[in-house]
Design a protein around this ligand. Structure first.
Ligand code: UTP
Length: 293
C-alpha cells in the first residue's frame, strides 16, 4: 500500500476580490458558514482523514487565519474560569497540536499553482493532500477520508470530481475520463483549465481536493503563466500526467463554492439545515421568506 499523505496544504493567499468589501480587512477564508470560518471546515476534513501537519500558504492581511488556529490563551482562561467547558472543547477540537501547523507566505498572488509551489520545502519529498478551502464540501464522510481509500487502492495522484451543469464548465478545471476502475474511480485521460463551453471534454469538474505526488513541485517550478495570466496547477498536473497515473474520484457529497456569493449563501443554508440545533427554527424562517412572491 502506498505511503498515505501526512501533510495537507491549504492555499489561502488569494485576494478574494469577488467578496469585496467583506474581504478588505478580513481574509475570505475567515468568512463564516453558520458559526465556523470556511477554512476550519477544510482543516476538520483533513483531521478526519488522519492528516498530521497543516501547511497554510498565506499572504499579507491573512494574519487572522494564523490567530484562528493558535491557542487563544486569554479567551480560554476566561472560559475556564466561567466553567464553559463545552465552548473550550469546541475550540480544542479544531486546533492543530503545537508544531503541527506551518505558515508560509506566497508574497505575490501569482496563481494557485504558484501558491502550491510555495509549500514545497515544508511538504518535502512525500505525497500530500491539497484543499482549496473555498470549495466547501458537505458529505456524510469527509471527502479526504473517502479519497484516502482510493489512494490506498491505486496510489498515484487522486483528484475529487463532480458534475456541474454543462453551461458552468468554463469556470473550473475539467477532466476527460479514461478507464473505469470501479468505486466511482476512473483513470484520467486529460484535463483543461476553464475551457470554452463548447471545448469542454466533460461536465466533471475538479472540486478542490487533491492527493498529489511531490514531483508536482518540479513541474510547478518551471510552469509558465496560463489561463488568466496565473501559474496554473492544472497545467502542472497535465505535465505530470505524462509520467504518473492520475485518477478521478466522484466523491459522495456536494460542493459549495464559497468564493462566490451565491455559493457562499447556499452553503450557509445547507449547513444550517443540517444542524439539529438550528434547523427547526431556521426552516420556518426560510419558508416564510421563500413563500409565494
Ligand atoms: P480563487 O480563484 O478563488 O481566487 O482561488 P481568489 O483570488 O482567492 O478570489 P477572487 O477570484 O479574487 O474572488 C482559489 C484558491 O487559491 C488560492 C485562494 O486563496 C483560494 O483558496 N490562491 C489563489 C492563492 O493562494 N494564491 C493565488 O495567487 C491565487
Amino acid at each position: 500500500m502506498p505511503h498515505k499523505p501526512r501533510k495537507a496544504v491549504f492555499p489561502v493567499a488569494g485576494l478574494g476580490t469577488r467578496f469585496l468589501p467583506a474581504t478588505k480587512a478580513i481574509p475570505k477564508e475567515m468568512l463564516t458558514v453558520v458559526d465556523k470560518p470556511v477554512i476550519q471546515y477544510a482543516v476538520e476534513e483533513a483531521i478526519e482523514a488522519g492528516i498530521e501537519h497543516f501547511v497554510f500558504v498565506t499572504g499579507r492581511g491573512k494574519g487572522a487565519i494564523e490567530d484562528h488556529f493558535d491557542l487563544a490563551y486569554e479567551l480560554e482562561a476566561t472560559l475556564r474560569a466561567r466553567g464553559k467547558t463545552a465552548e473550550i472543547a469546541r475550540l480544542d477540537a479544531s486546533r492543530p497540536a503545537a508544531g503541527a501547523a506551518s505558515f508560509v507566505r506566497q508574497q505575490e498572488p501569482l496563481g494557485l499553482g504558484h501558491a502550491v509551489w510555495c509549500a514545497r520545502d515544508i511538504v518535502g519529498d512525500e505525497p500530500f493532500a491539497l484543499a482549496l478551502p473555498d470549495m466547501l464540501i458537505q458529505a456524510p464522510r469527509g471527502c479526504f477520508a473517502q479519497m484516502m481509500e482510493v489512494y490506498g487502492r491505486h496510489g498515484g495522484n487522486v483528484i475529487a470530481v463532480e458534475e456541474v451543469p454543462h453551461e458552468q464548465v468554463n469556470r473550473y478545471g475539467v477532466v476527460a475520463l479514461a478507464e473505469d476502475l470501479g468505486n466511482e474511480t476512473h483513470r484520467i485521460a486529460g484535463m483543461v483549465e476553464k475551457p470554452k463551453i463548447a471545448d469542454a471534454p466533460s461536465n466533471l469538474i475538479v472540486s478542490g481536493r487533491y492527493i498529489l505526488q511531490p514531483e508536482i513541485f518540479e513541474k510547478l517550478a518551471t510552469q509558465k503563466p496560463g489561463a488568466g495570466g496565473e501559474i496554473q496547477l492544472t497545467d502542472a498536473m497535465i505535465a505530470l500526467m505524462a509520467e504518473q497515473d492520475f485518477f478521478s474520484y466522484r466523491f459522495e457529497g456536494t460542493t459549495y463554492d464559497c468564493g462566490d456569493k451565491i455559493g457562499f449563501l447556499a452553503a450557509n443554508v445547507a449547513f444550517a439545515l443540517a444542524r439539529d440545533d438550528i434547523e427547526p427554527k431556521f426552516r420556518l424562517i426560510l419558508e416564510k421568506l421563500t413563500g409565494p412572491r
